[in-house]
Ligand binder design. Structure first.
Ligand code: IPD
Ligand code: CA
Length: 282
């Protein structure tokens, strides 16, 4: 069967590499920092410039394709996944890291057709690590195959998570409560590098057994989801059902045993869906 999407994936890799160069260069200059939903939800001119570059280039090469891009959605574009081939783009995943020079920043490009994820590209540009995965063809980092950890005992694991950007004290209490429960299982350690996409690639690489978060967006996890599953891992909702890309909740793990054990400790709460009608959003 012909691989319909290989040309698109090759283009995504080239664009992610180019975008990474822009991000690295921008780190040398003064940056103008702006806020989105709150004072801790940051965006810079680089986020916007990189997204515009990616979208303009894809539009030229694949004029019929659709987009969901973090900064376009912030500017009022709809966030709806249709059956049309759709690029799901986070131009700078880890904007807070980028602003502070904390050395994990990724460009994340996922691609879906008929609502099925087909490939994912995550370029961790400060480490120069290009993670790629195409459905059915395995996951790679700089061309080397990736394989999740074979650990099945959560007590022998490292679990990654993040604090996100919601500072509502009730939400923060739930985050800490889940972290406390997970940490006290006990597990070997908890980590989080400040980018959801990179955390997922670390699951794929076998460095951490699982990553979970409530409050992420589809553009943070679309590419990483393909990379994790192609490295042999599993994706789930934080309450154990199938992953819903638009639900803003994710568990990505090396296997079902670890994922299901983890879901027992997570204090789940609903987050406003990415595809909620714009006029229903806070
Ligand atoms: C954020 C990062 C962070 C995660 C947040 C995301 P951004 O993405 O992935 O690790 O905790 O939930 O929103 O805003 O840097 O693209
Ligand atoms: Ca971003």
């Amino acid at each position: 069967m012909p691989d319909l999407w290989q040309e698109a994936m090759d283009h995504a890799v080239a664009l992610a590499r180019k975008a990474g160069g822009i991000v690295r260069e921008a780190l040398q200059n003064d940056m103008k920092i702006m806020c989105k939903s709150s004072s801790v939800d940051l965006v810079t001119k680089t986020d916007q410039k990189v997204e515009q570059l990616i979208i303009a280039s894809v539009k030229e090469k694949f004029p019929t394709h659709s987009f969901i891009g973090e900064e376009s959605v912030a500017a009022g574009e709809p966030c709806v996944l249709s059956d049309n081939p759709t690029w799901i783009v986070d131009p700078v995943d880890g904007t807070t890291n980028f602003v502070h020079g904390y050395p994990f920043v990724a460009i994340s490009i996922g691609f879906a057709a008929n609502k099925q994820l087909e490939f994912g590209v995550v370029y961790s540009c400060l480490e120069d690590k290009m993670y790629t995965a195409r459905k059915g063809k395995g996951a790679f980092c700089n061309g080397e195959p990736l394989q999740v950890s074979d650990q099945t005992d959560i007590n022998q694991s490292i679990i990654a998570t993040e604090f996100g950007s919601n500072r509502d004290p009730e939400v923060v209490d739930k985050i800490f409560s889940s972290m406390r429960k997970v940490l006290c299982l006990p597990i070997h350690g908890m980590r989080g590098v400040g980018t959801a996409a990179t955390n997922m690639c670390l699951v794929a690489a076998g460095c951490v057994e699982a990553y979970y978060e409530i409050g992420i967006h589809c553009w943070d996890i679309a590419a990483g989801a393909v990379i994790v599953s192609e490295a042999g891992g599993v994706l789930m909702d934080v309450e154990g059902g199938p992953l819903d890309l638009m639900s803003r909740r994710v568990v990505a793990a090396n296997n079902k045993t670890i994922a299901q054990r983890l879901t027992k400790e997570i204090e789940a709460y609903p987050a406003q869906r990415d595809d909620a009608p714009i006029n229903s959003k806070e």
